[in-house]
Design a binder for this molecule. Structure first.
Ligand code: NAP
Length: 400
């Protein structure tokens, strides 16, 4: 181990997209603990203006952005500190991420809506700490190419991909046999399909180990989250289908591992706390003492692993299908899932129908092998409409 006395450096100027969400709030906690290293340049939310303005009072950013028109009209601007300017809409998101004094952008908007800001940040050559996995699911090839062209770096925030990123550091692609993503299994691990027929929204939102926004919590319950993560891993680490596997690990302590060609396995372990991968993404490759809780080795007696039940949770198979086919499949699966989860959360679709709808819409879409960004957005819009139509048909002819 080297002992280094680094010279003092300027704090990293950070923009947080989705600052009012679960990842956003965790990011601000990391920043609050490391004021010498991290500073908030701008914040962005959709409609939660009261939380956003309270964050502005604490962190004094130059800009805050709202993307919901009604919230922008109705918010009380007198609650903003004098140093902070309020902006509106997608153009404002592109502006705040590309300001010259911005060093890093935490991409933590939920869903495909996160792609626009991530794209603008990469175009401006910024470091992107990527929580918004949907960016890579929808447009992985184009996003990776964009980052390469603009010499921008993407560092994963998703705990599994952060673990793999950490284990891969210092190794070449030729040394890697495969990666194994761990999955908690969500609240319904061990249940049969018939037991899942009537699960409620409240049950689906009760995740055993992680506290997250509603969309990713439902995705964890269906295992669609792992399907999206399989696709995310392919683009982050340039892996083939055969090099990606998934294993259930309900303890959520081992956050994924890499098997190397010599038979060694490197894993990253920590308590389930998103502040660690967020901090690592922002300060990579440096490790500093931050707010994350420590593993209690004396209390940790065993770690459990089991194979995922792909018949009960077929969403995982859809992730591997998208990996195999590429093209428009990621955009279609992601949009179908977003719409299906929305409908489930408002009581219009049953739990098992989320994956059924996604599978049907994926199977029936007009596949393009090399889509442009506009074509991907068109596929996204089409898939959302198709899931709405699929749901209306279900209501007309209830399944036996
Ligand atoms: N939560 C986790 O532990 C976790 C772990 C790994 C990866 N991720 C990924 O991180 C992302 C965020 O997840 P989350 O759990 O933090 O979600 P969340 O708690 O639901 O927060 C979503 C954030 O996005 C904003 N937002 C929603 N729709 C928007 C739109 N159309 N335009 C602009 N902003 C919008 C929300 O603003 P309002 O509050 O104003 O609605 C909020 O700030 C997701 O891609 C998820 O998969 C999350």
């Amino acid at each position: 181990l080297n002992r280094v006395n680094d010279p003092p450096r300027k704090p990293l100027r950070v923009v947080v997209l989705g600052s009012t969400g679960s990842i956003g709030v965790n990011t601000l906690d990391v920043v609050a603990h490391l004021p010498d290293r991290l500073q908030i340049a701008a914040l962005c939310a959709h409609a939660s203006w009261e939380t956003l303005f309270a964050q502005a009072r604490q962190f004094s950013p130059r800009y805050v952005v709202l993307t919901d028109a009604t919230a922008f009209e109705q918010c009380d601007r007198s609650q903003l500190p004098p140093c902070t300017q309020l902006l509106f809409g997608p153009d404002a998101v592109a502006k705040i991420v590309s300001e010259p004094d911005v060093d890093a952008v935490v991409s933590a908007i939920v869903g495909a809506a996160g792609l626009t800001g991530t794209w603008a940040a990469l175009e401006a050559g910024k470091l992107v700490a990527l929580a918004n996995k949907e960016t890579l699911v929808v447009a992985g090839s184009l996003v990776v190419e964009l980052a390469r062209k603009h010499n921008a770096r993407i560092v994963p925030v998703d705990s599994e991909h952060s673990a793999i990123f950490q284990a891969l550091t210092g190794h070449g692609a030729h040394e890697v046999e495969r990666i194994v993503l761990t999955a908690s299994g969500g609240p319904f691990r061990g249940r049969t399909r018939s037991q899942l027929e009537a699960v409620t929204v409240d049950e689906a939102l009760r995740h055993p180990t992680w506290r997250m926004g509603p969309k990713i919590t439902v995705d964890s319950a269906t295992l669609m989250n792992k399907a999206l993560e399989v696709i995310e891993a392919k683009y982050l680490f340039a892996l083939s289908l055969e090099q990606i596997d998934v294993i259930l690990h309900p303890d959520s302590i081992v956050h994924s591992f890499v098997e190397f060609v010599d038979g060694s396995v490197l894993a990253q372990l920590s308590p389930p706390d998103m502040r660690l991968p967020i901090q690592y993404a922002l300060l990579y490759p440096e490790r500093v003492s931050g707010p994350t809780k420590r593993l209690q080795w004396r209390e940790l007696c065993s770690l459990h692993f089991e194979q995922p039940d792909r018949e009960t949770f077929p969403a995982l198979n859809l992730g591997f299908e998208v990996l195999r086919r590429g093209g428009t499949c990621g955009a279609v699966l992601n949009a179908a899932n977003e719409r299906a989860v929305e409908l489930f959360l408002c009581g219009e679709l049953r739990f098992l129908d989320i994956t059924r709808a996604c599978a049907d819409v994926l199977a029936s879409h007009d596949y393009l092998v090399n889509p442009s960004l506009d074509e991907l957005w068109a596929s996204d819009r089409w898939a959302r409409q198709e899931v709405s139509r699929w749901t209306r048909l279900q209501h007309r002819s209830p399944t036996p």
